[in-house]
Design a protein around this ligand. Structure first.
Ligand code: PLP
Length: 413
């Protein structure tokens, strides 16, 4: 044993003192763990939840948490579960709910029915992988696209930290593409593809939230969507469309529903339209892969080594909700949609009332969704957030988190 240890130790390192009984392991060296762990991106998601929990009485504009007050846990959860078990039958439900399950999920057909009603997306159910939150979908897509260090992901900046974080976990470099007022600057998109290729890199895909984006609230016009699809196809770059907020406002047709080239990988989530507690998301990946099968089949292989399969009980709750509302979640969410729309109006009116004409203060006017961006004439960072929570009882999100620390220091989401 000692001889083996001696072989593993580098010659110039001093020999490690033997661990004293009862003393245990030395602290793990952060510098020897994966580099993402030292990257502030990974702390962003936790920070907002942590501040929200530390100041529970503060008015929180910080995380994109849905309003769930209409749910009655003791009534709604059993009703959804029953709707699901009635739908599949008691015998099948026993196996489906209590057993390990199909890696791609068990509510794929229900999701396909929901997508047809709510988004006019005609998805082959076999091309859907049900994931543990949309977050897992982001992770497995990044993992699949990153084959070596030449692969890069383009992403409209500012970018949702869930995606930059997922990319970071697999050492997939993210190249920012300017958002501008259109939600994506198409000239910059082409320039970034060209620049990357000139440097010997492979831009694999571009990530964006085309409807009421997180964090900007901006939506792409129909003409921008159509041009974007053509450009992506012409340049052989996939588009990763993430659509958790399209519901909450008058959204344009999704990129996926407009896609005639097969370039869109669509990420979905039931976190805002049903409940985040179920942790159900999905990815539609119908792109063929050489050797047979689809991108969804390949993603499922990765998923099988991450979460094996998404909790069938959580899937049954969401599946039951879809059955319960006749697959028309948009209609079932009418009061939530009105509630968020009302909040948005109060926010925009309140800003106008208080800050119209104030030098250096500007904000955008999203048509829906959860987010508004406010530009201010002072430095905004996490310390200021803490100060605001403590002294004013108001929590918001510093925008620098969405720029990977490369900007946004005078903006609040
Ligand atoms: C842009 C974006 N994508 C996806 C999600 C949902 O992710 P999940 O389903 O993992 O909760 C969110 C939630 O905040 C989001 O803002």
């Amino acid at each position: 044993m000692t001889a083996q240890l001696a072989v593993l130790t580098r010659e110039d390192d001093p020999p490690e003192p033997p661990a004293e009984p009862g003393v245990g392991l030395r602290p793990l060296d952060l510098g020897e763990l994966h580099s993402s762990l030292s990257d502030p991106t990974l702390a962003s998601m936790g920070l907002l939840n942590e501040v929200t929990e530390r100041f529970p009485d503060a008015v929180s504009f910080a995380p994109g948490r849905p309003y769930l007050h209409s749910f009655a846990p003791n009534e709604d959860l059993p009703r959804y579960l029953r709707a699901f078990t009635d739908y599949v039958g008691a015998e099948k439900a026993r196996t489906q709910l209590f057993q390990y399950g199909r890696t791609k999920g068990l509510i794929h057909e229900l999701i396909a029915a929901n997508l047809a009603v709510d988004e006019r997306i005609e998805a082959d159910a076999e091309s859907i992988v049900v994931t543990s939150g949309c977050q897992e979908a982001m992770f497995i897509v990044c993992r699949a696209l990153r084959s070596d260090e030449r692969d890069v992901l383009l992403a409209v900046a500012p970018t949702y930290v869930g995606m930059t974080g997922a990319a970071r976990l697999v050492d997939l470099t993210v190249v920012p593409v300017r958002s501008g007022d259109d939600g994506i600057d198409l000239g910059d998109f082409v320039a970034k593809i060209t620049e990357a290729r000139d440097q010997g890199l492979r831009p694999r895909a571009c990530y964006l939230v085309p409807d009421f984006a997180n964090p900007t609230g901006i939506s792409l016009s129909l003409s921008t969507r159509l041009r974007l699809l053509d450009i992506a196809a012409d340049h052989g770059v996939l588009l990763i469309e993430d659509n958790p907020y399209g519901f909450f406002g008058d959204a344009m047709p999704t990129l996926k529903s407009l896609d005639r080239h097969g370039v869109v990988v669509y990420l979905g989530s039931y976190a805002k339209t049903v409940m985040p507690g179920a942790r159900i998301g999905y990815v539609i990946a119908d792109q063929p892969v050489t050797g047979g099968g689809t991108f969804a089949d390949e993603l499922a292989k990765l998923k099988s080594m991450v979460t094996v399969n998404t909790s069938p009980i959580a899937q049954a709750v969401i599946g039951g909700r879809l059955i319960d509302c006749g697959f028309d979640l948009r209609a079932a969410n009418a009061s939530e949609i009105a509630f968020y729309g009302g909040n948005l109006r109060v926010m925009l009116d309140g800003l106008a009332e208080r800050f119209a004409g104030t030098a250096g203060v500007r904000w955008n006017q999203p048509g829906g969704g959860f987010f508004v961006v406010l530009s201010v004439p002072f430095h905004v960072d996490d310390d200021l957030l803490e100060y605001s929570a403590r002294n004013h009882g108001v929590i918001w999100t510093p925008m620098h988190h969405f720029y990977g620390g490369r900007g946004g220091y005078q903006q609040i989401r």
